[in-house]
Design a protein around this ligand. Structure first.
Ligand code: AMP
Length: 560
């Protein structure tokens, strides 16, 4: 049995290490050290996860519940705990500050908190539901702090809200498994893509080596990473490359991976979270329209409004996140399935078969009402027509797929190409930011953007950008923005509105979350416009006209 203190020490070491290679070695060393039963837990804890993403178990500890537990354990008022959080910008350090010097109960019992014990207590917390459960959760967490040594407190607090902040992600865990058990990282990656079960891959690598990893197959009830797409250079180029292309609408909805096992149906989101209980209508539809004993299906769930056009993405998200009043929301936002792939059928994996073959199987076992229409062609004008139809119907564009290609989980390859209208960019002013986490803790990693309201001479927030920025750029930008900080609260900084970012995005959406009333979908930084001053930034009118333009384009006769 390994103590939680060991894990805490490893985390401290990682926090003080900047090289990814060294971090990987530290993690690998720890993987080698822990018992077989603990390996599964440790592969997740080290990434700040308590349960596997695909599990329906949820810890359900929010910051307030955590503050209450720290407050009770330290006999300090919650207000004081919140001040510590504000001062340190970190719940772990705040907990340490609050609890330092307090007599720990294990001081008397000399009982060590083990990794398994911490997991069991978290599992107990996750099982608590209903009346009085919040209070019991606080008590369990409080007692956990009561048994912890100072070095453990920091990581217990962070882990309880699943934000470990030590910069260890899936890539490092993958490489660490390979290093620890002397197996190829390609095979470890394959295992993770197929089973999405880090613990299983680690213990297979440990006990059965490369042979065992090679034999790891799809497991019904464990989501596979989803195959992803690239932007196509053009229809002609795609046809040139693939000879004939399988064309499907690129639906404006949310990805779902459906596992059917007899009468049991489980649905996973793009992030591989188990969303089954939020989507009873999809479950019903699968039960009625899929005629296979067991299967794994891939597709897009769309919500259609009264006008038969897809509803805004946020509406779909409301469905995916719904925990209560699920059926009422299902009536308000009805979802429809468009399946486009089948990865597993009657106990056999299909992913190594070509798409054209998988498509035949899909048609054999599903009612065509839930399958996305697919046309295989080498004729540019046919593709163009389908593209126009898709846009007219309010969808995003088309997917061009290679009919001869296998399904590669987690891969953003050339065999799935997306074609959609290119949006213009917006020049927006940076008015705030957020400090990063782990190794990026000393960098401002995400920026709050605003457009101009010339009438009131104010800046209206419209979203955040964190992608499209290189590490070098981030360091430079942090230097610049440090000079412009007006105020700071926790990780949030308010910045003087001086710098203009040119930002690309996939779509403008209406949003109640930002003062402008709009939000950008998938924003990314294109350029820092040092040539522009805040007065040159785009106005709310331009945002509005782009928004209307994009709707118009969708509703038009296909004239793009
Ligand atoms: P993107 O997120 O822009 O990289 O595009 C890939 C996403 O498009 C997938 O993850 C799906 O959610 C979505 N999508 C919509 N229609 C299709 C389709 N026919 N085939 C594959 N993906 C699709």
């Amino acid at each position: 049995m390994t103590s939680f203190e060991e894990l805490a020490k490893v985390c401290t070491k990682i926090e003080n290490t900047s090289s990814s290679l060294e971090i990987t070695s530290v993690v690998a060393g720890f993987f080698k050290e822990v018992d077989d039963e603990e390996l599964d837990i440790v592969t997740r804890f080290i990434m700040g996860r308590v349960f596997p993403v695909w599990s329906e178990k949820e810890l359900g500890i929010g910051p307030n519940l955590l503050y209450s537990a720290i407050a009770r354990a330290s006999c300090l008022p919650i207000k004081r705990i919140k001040e510590f959080v504000r001062d340190t910008g970190d719940v772990g350090l705040a907990a340490e500050k609050a609890l330092s010097g307090k007599v720990q109960s294990n001081f008397f019992t000399e009982e060590e908190l083990t990794i398994s014990e911490v997991y069991l207590r978290f599992r107990r917390i996750a099982q608590l539901t209903g009346k009085g459960s919040q209070d019991t959760k606080v008590k369990v967490l409080q007692s956990l702090f009561g048994s912890a040594k100072p070095v453990e407190i920091v990581y217990l607090a962070r882990l309880s809200i699943e934000e470990l902040r030590i910069g260890v992600g899936e890539g490092i865990v993958r490489d660490a498994i390979a290093e620890a058990f002397n197996v190829s990282s390609g095979l470890v990656e394959r295992g993770i893509m197929i089973t999405n079960d880090f613990g299983l891959v680690a213990s297979t690598g440990k006990k059965e080596g490369e042979k065992g990893l090679n034999e790891l197959g799809i497991i019904l009830g464990r989501p596979l990473k989803m195959m992803l797409s690239q932007v196509t250079p053009g229809i002609k180029e795609a046809i040139g490359e693939m000879r004939s292309v399988a064309v499907e609408w690129k639906f404006d909805g949310a990805r779902v991976q459906i596992h059917k096992n007899g009468k049991e149906v489980t649905i996973y989101s793009r992030r591989l979270e188990n969303v089954t209980s939020s989507l009873p209508d999809i479950v019903k539809s699968v039960k009625a329209n899929v005629f296979a004993e067991n299967a794994i299906l891939d597709g897009e769930a769309i919500a259609l409004g009264k006008d038969k056009k897809p509803m805004a993405f946020q509406e779909i998200l409301r469905r995916f996140r719904r925990k209560y009043e699920v059926s009422a929301t299902a009536i308000e936002i009805p979802l429809f399935l468009n399946l486009f792939d089948i990865l597993y059928l009657n106990n056999e994996s299909l992913i190594d078969h070509p798409l054209s073959w998988r498509r035949k199987k899909l048609e054999e076992v599903c009612d065509k009402g839930i399958i996305a229409v697919q046309v295989v062609t080498d004729d540019i004008s046919i593709v163009e027509n389908i593209y126009k139809e898709a846009l007219m119907a309010g969808h995003e564009g088309v997917m061009l797929k290679n009919p001869g290609s296998s399904y590669i989980p987690g891969k953003r390859g050339k065999n799935w190409l997306k074609l959609k209208p290119i949006m213009e960019t917006l020049d927006l002013i940076v008015i705030g930011g957020e400090w990063g986490e782990g190794r990026r803790a000393n960098l401002i990693g995400s920026y709050l953007l605003a457009c101009r309201d010339p009438d009131t001479d104010t800046f209206l927030p419209i979203g955040r950008v964190a992608t499209g920025i290189t590490d070098e750029q981030l360091t430079e930008l942090t230097k610049t923005f440090k000079e412009l900080v007006i105020s700071e609260e926790g990780i949030h900084v308010e910045l003087e509105p001086r710098i203009v970012f040119e930002v690309a995005f996939e779509e403008i959406q209406k949003s109640p979350n930002y003062e402008s009333g709009y939000a950008l979908r998938f924003p990314r930084l294109v350029h820092v416009r040092t040539d522009k001053s805040p007065g040159d930034a785009d106005t709310i009118e331009r945002v509005e006209s782009l928004y209307i333009g994009q709707k118009g384009r969708r509703n038009s006769n296909g004239n793009l």
